[in-house]
Write a protein that binds this ligand. Structure first.
Ligand code: DGT
Ligand code: CA
Ligand code: CA
Ligand code: ZN
Length: 574
């Protein structure tokens, strides 16, 4: 289906013509064609083959000819000509959130700026842009912020940041008159590790849509309104991220929610599945001929397709549709299955809360058990514990634990795994602890074979119970080690060592696909927050989402065990 690609061609033609200050009427008509193509649910190839192009709104003879040209040659001549008239760096500026064609034209014509690099330099000393109308200090600051966001992250935000922003938007929309239900869609609902933009839907009667879009564009986190139509709005948020809202009516909420949850690959596969059953699936519903057979809820749509409900985290076209058809979907774990957190820090190393505060916070969360795991001695900048301080801490924990009847407080450590796979403490020190997590923190650019050997050696160490954040990656910051996950997972399974899913949104390590490989190899996982404060304990849910994306069931995850089961697991290992 070439709809999206072709829509982009027309939208870009509109942008380029606007930069070139061409007839606004023609600009608007190209933009409209872009929108029509984007919203089209049938394949443009099919419509063209049926000779029905000109029945589409806004498409006349010359546009139809351009579409035919694109389908035949992959290009539109007029588009190529426009590209030839505008420096590519000027067109590239439009990627910056908050920078539209009019601004790009002014920067080029009046400011002499033809590349994104030049723009960045000029924005750093905005007096250079004094000759460009509308380019004040405030605007310059906003653009710099957007560009920094793009640079930092290739335009993708962390799951944690995006969730917090989305929740604040949901609140603002829920407060609008007529809003019946507000839901999150897109990659955010699927729990992907990074998020391109936030997709929201609001169920409401059509007459309330305008007010709801307005409430959305006025939400506190909004920096700039990119579009505010009748049922659709787009904004840029503080920090540079984009968010889209669509207002839909009750009878198609389920179908729209499915469509905008994606992933795109899942949608494509699901639409094919529907076609084989002589059904048509789009964002408005599931149809047999003209008759809607489902649409109000996702349950209803999946059921009408003969499928079990597929959890959003599984919708990546990784075999979930076949599994749903055969009744073989995993019984995914959920946050309420988690009975403890086995990796957290205190003020003894680099945490911000005391031992007592961490214990109290875990108790308040209703956990059955917890493990204190401060850093080991070689983490000097994190005030890692040496053997003497560790022994003192163990004594304090034992004393506090004896006084805690409703939570089992375990002693532990996050011991460094050195480059060669040896550990930061000798076995006699580690053997005194209830639970030992071994983690890589340095030499993370090691080659794949070395990194894999390193982790396997730590897995084979008799005192180790868990490997913390196995790859050591930091999202949007450093790639971490490239593990042979198959080999690591097999070693973990054979040695009964758990592999951590670190729930910190900066890590999410193991990542989703590695979780799945670990589950398939029969390894045990453990989901930990690696909290450095009481507030971070609630990051657990991101780890659970990652586990779900890896098809993990409660039985695969150590900290879904009851205290008694965990005791047995620990005893069996010794
Ligand atoms: P992101 O924002 O890059 O993290 O990823 P998504 O998955 O949120 O993607 P986005 O925001 O471009 O679109 C939201 C959903 O809308 C996407 O997951 C599936 C649906 N969608 C978007 N474009 C298409 C398309 O061309 N075809 C189909 N079938 N679905 C699409
Ligand atoms: Ca999105
Ligand atoms: Ca989107
Ligand atoms: Zn660590």
């Amino acid at each position: 289906m070439k709809n999206r690609e072709l829509a982009d061609v027309f939208s870009q033609m509109a942008d380029l013509m606007e930069i070139l200050d061409e007839d606004p009427f023609r600009v608007a008509s190209y933009r409209k064609v872009g929108r029509v193509l984007e919203e089209l649910t049938d394949a443009i190839e099919d419509i063209a083959a049926a000779g029905r192009l000109e029945t589409l709104g806004g498409i006349g003879k010359s546009t139809a000819a351009k579409i035919a040209q694109f389908l035949a040659t992959g290009r539109v001549q007029a588009h190529q000509e426009l590209l030839g008239k505008v420096p590519s760096g000027v067109a590239a500026m439009l990627e910056i959130p908050g920078l539209g064609p009019k601004t790009a034209a002014k920067l080029w014509r009046q400011g002499g700026i033809t590349t994104v690099e030049q723009l960045k330099i000029a924005l750093a000393s905005p007096e250079k842009l004094a000759g460009v109308p509308g380019m004040g200090a405030k605007k310059a600051r906003q653009l710099l912020e957007s560009m920094a966001f793009l640079d930092r992250s290739a335009g993708r935000a962390l799951l944690g940041e995006a969730s917090a922003l989305a929740e604040s938007l949901v609140q603002a929309i829920e407060a609008a008159k007529g809003a019946q239900r507000v839901v999150i869609a897109g990659s955010l609902r699927r729990g992907k590790e990074t998020i391109g933009d936030i997709d929201l839907l609001c169920q409401a009667p059509a007459k309330a849509a305008g007010g709801i879009i307005q409430a959305f564009t006025r939400a506190p986190a909004v920096r700039r309104v990119l579009a505010a139509g009748e049922t659709k709005g787009s904004v840029t948020l503080e920090g540079g991220m984009q968010a889209d809202l669509r207002v839909v009516d009750k009878k198609s909420l389920g179908a729209a929610w499915m469509y905008f949850t994606g992933s795109k690959d899942h949608n494509v596969a699901l639409r094919d599945w529907a076609l084989r059953k002589k059904l048509k699936l789009n964002e408005y519903g599931l149809f047999r001929g003209r008759r809607a057979v489902a649409g109000a809820s996702e349950d209803e749509v999946y059921a009408a397709l003969g499928l079990k409900f597929i959890a959003p985290e599984l919708r990546e076209d990784r075999g979930e549709i076949a599994a749903a058809a055969e009744g073989k979907l995993p019984r995914l774990l959920s946050p309420k299955d988690i009975r403890g957190d086995m990796h957290m820090h205190t003020t003894a190393s680099d945490g911000r809360n005391s031992l007592e505060e961490m214990i109290e916070a875990c108790r308040a969360r209703g956990y059955a058990y917890m493990v204190i795991a401060d850093h080991s001695q070689s983490q000097v900048q994190a005030r890692g514990l040496d053997a003497k301080r560790l022994r003192q801490q163990v004594q304090v924990i034992r004393r506090l634990a004896a006084a805690c009847k409703d939570i089992w407080v375990m002693t532990g450590i996050e011991v460094d795994i050195f480059k060669d796979g040896s550990l930061d403490f000798p076995p006699d020190v580690l053997a005194e602890l209830d639970f030992v997590t071994a983690s890589p923190h340095s030499a993370l650019s090691q080659d794949s074979a070395g990194a894999t050997r390193r982790l396997i050696r730590a897995i084979e160490h008799p005192c180790v119970h868990c490997i913390g954040h196995p790859s050591g990656r930091l999202l949007n910051a450093r790639p971490g080690m490239e593990l042979d996950i198959q080999a690591v997972a097999e070693a973990a399974a054979a040695n009964r060592v758990a592999l951590e899913i670190n729930a910190d949104p900066h890590r999410l390590d193991l990542r989703d696909l590695h979780v799945r490989a670990a589950v398939e190899a029969g390894a045990t996982l453990v989901i930990n927050t690696d909290s450095h404060s009481v507030d971070s304990l609630l990051l657990m849910r991101y780890g659970v989402m990652t586990a779900r994306r890896g098809w993990a069931e409660p039985k695969d995850v150590l900290n879904t065990c009851t205290g008694a089961e965990l005791k047995k697991w620990l005893a069996k290992r010794r």
